[in-house]
Design a protein around this ligand. Structure first.
Ligand code: FAD
Ligand code: SF4
Length: 499
């Protein structure tokens, strides 16, 4: 017992499963709560439910092996579970690490003490590098990714040669963005056969009857050691070609050279610095090329940290943003994958079956379609949150509302990520097997991405022209005749009405 504070219980959230959790040193007991309400709030993918529950239970075991007393509570909700724990262990204070999401942190800092009837101490969140070093602490300031990323690289000394970036450049994007060659055979990510504890969770999740997809064939890592093995496997077998094919899409392979580590880093099984350093070490050891290593480091300590930093800058307004006034409900095929559009069908089916698709599929197929079709931003966010194994509020609101749908009016990304079929055709092999024609924008075989893209440019011509980064794209609209404009708008309306 801590003489200064009396008996301390440490409440560890399910996405904070760190072995170096900052509260462990002061804890007399640890409490983990499985909240039934949280698990049922959305029709979450069963792979995600198994991942979370099994990782939490394995974590509880790991802490017990290290000598901690762990109270693992299964309760209808957090309040009920924490009250049960307090009754049993009679702590004099509750310690917890600040939640990564806005609603959770509001509850911890503003309600928990009153609801639980004891002092609640909220420790700073150390899961993110910005919790250790915040390069831009003034929250009102708008900062572009590139400046944020360079500040992080400098501070953490990643790929630095004194003050200069290794290789003389901060960014090697021009060497990346290649389509996948026909003969490429990316090695699949490491999978882990479920142990008895995971099999028990899989059976529970299937029997509970809620959620989507299936718990069968579960193969995600659920312990720190497994997550580290998944990281090592990525570094050894896929990192070297990660950069060149980062943006490629194919119907032949689901994960390409991506790391598939987001499910682990987002719940504390991996640390961002550990991931970035492992990649940099591979570069110095001559095992991975610089453009790949820099690209990966930028994703982990650049984009990921930037999104978290932006989330806390822009919430709660971010969640209510709807800059383009999009109100169309989500089409039913998002839940079934049943659409004639080959790219969408492939990506939706992958997401619905596995809870994973890679970044460009999320951005340039799913959100691109959602934005061009004017789908309601919160409906789209709800879908992503339910389906993806790595989805949490901080990363959803920023990536879907901000990056994907530009519903924040450009706070996060300087231009909307919209494209016609041209982009998908160039970066994937989806169009070859599609009933639509990627070159046509009107007519019975016209690719809906083309019709909707041009319809979007026509509908938002003035706003897009005013943005220097999108202005040039809209110039094409000037070349359309009145008849062509009319045909595009009529065909788009018919397509959207049929959704
Ligand atoms: P890799 O391509 O191997 O990248 C390495 C790591 O970089 C990832 O594991 C991830 O931790 C990090 N990263 C890269 N880009 C981002 C980013 N924009 N935001 C946050 N982290 C990033 N990421 C999630 O973790 N959860 C989500 O729910 C999520 N939803 C998204 C929805 C949309 C519409 C978009 C456009 C992006 C979303 N992302 C999300 C970001 C990114 O797509 C995923 O992090 C990435 O695809 C995860 O796969 P990976 O681990 O194979 O990533
Ligand atoms: Fe997608 Fe259009 Fe290509 Fe079909 S033609 S795969 S709908 S981009």
């Amino acid at each position: 017992m801590n003489m200064e504070h009396g008996r301390t219980s440490l409440w560890i959230l399910g996405d904070q499963l760190r072995l170096d959790h900052p509260g462990l040193e002061q804890a007399d007991h640890v409490v983990l709560v499985e909240s039934g309400r949280l698990l049922r709030r959305l029709p979450y993918h069963r792979q995600k439910l198994v991942l979370l529950l099994s990782a939490m239970r394995h974590y509880a075991e790991a802490l017990r092996e290290r000598g901690f007393t762990v109270d693992y509570v299964r309760a209808p909700d957090f309040t009920y579970g924490l009250r049960q724990h307090i009754e049993r262990y009679r702590p004099t204070r509750l310690l917890t690490m600040a939640a990564a999401d806005h609603a959770g942190r509001q509850w911890q800092t503003q309600k928990a003490e009153a609801v639980l009837g004891l002092p609640v101490v909220v420790l700073p969140n150390t899961q993110f590098l910005t919790g250790r070093y915040n390069p831009f602490p003034a929250p009102g300031k708008k900062v572009i990714l590139e400046n944020f990323y360079r500040a992080m690289r400098r501070h953490f000394g990643l790929l630095m040669d004194g003050e200069a970036p290794v290789g003389g450049q901060w960014n090697f994007d021009r060497e990346n963005r290649r389509p996948l060659p026909k003969d490429a055979a990316p090695p699949a990510p490491l999978r882990f056969p479920p142990d008895a504890l995971t099999r028990q969770v899989m059976a529970e999740v299937e029997a509970a009857g809620y959620g989507l997809g299936s718990a069968a064939n579960f193969g995600y890592a659920v312990t720190h050691a497994q997550a580290r093995a998944a990281l090592d496997d990525f570094i050894a077998h896929r990192l070297d070609l990660f950069g060149p094919y980062e943006d490629a899409m194919t119907a032949r392979h689901r994960t390409l050279y991506h790391s598939v580590l987001s499910p682990y880093i987002n719940i504390g099984l991996l640390d961002p610095l550990e991931m970035a350093r492992a990649a940099v070490d591979a570069y110095h050891a001559g095992r991975a090329r610089l453009n790949s290593v820099e690209g990966f480091v930028r994703q982990v300590i650049g984009w990921r940290e930037y999104m978290y930093w932006q989330y806390w800058r822009l919430m709660p307004q971010l969640a209510r943003s709807n800059h383009w006034r999009a109100t169309r409900p989500l089409p039913g095929f998002f839940w079934t994958g049943e659409t004639e559009m080959n790219c969408l069908r492939h990506v939706l089916r992958s997401a619905l079956e596995t809870g994973y698709t890679h970044h460009i599929e999320r951005l340039m197929v799913l959100s691109n379609f959602a934005m061009l079709a004017g789908l309601d931003p919160q409906a789209v966010t709800g879908w992503f949150k339910a389906v993806y194994v790595d989805a949490y509020d901080w990363v959803m609101q920023t990536n879907v509302i901000g990056m994907g749908l530009n519903a924040d009016g450009g706070q996060l990304a300087t231009k909307p990520y919209i494209a016609s079929a041209n982009y998908i055709h160039k970066m994937s092999d989806y169009c070859a097997g599609c009933r639509f024609n990627a070159k046509a924008r009107t007519g019975p075989d016209a690719c809906p991405f083309n019709t909707l893209y041009w319809n979007f440019l026509i509908s938002h011509e003035a706003a897009l022209k005013a943005n220097p980064r999108t202005g040039p794209a809209v110039l094409g609209v000037n070349r359309l005749s009145a008849d062509e404009r009319h045909d595009i708008q009529r065909q788009a309306r018919r397509f959207l009405d049929a959704l």
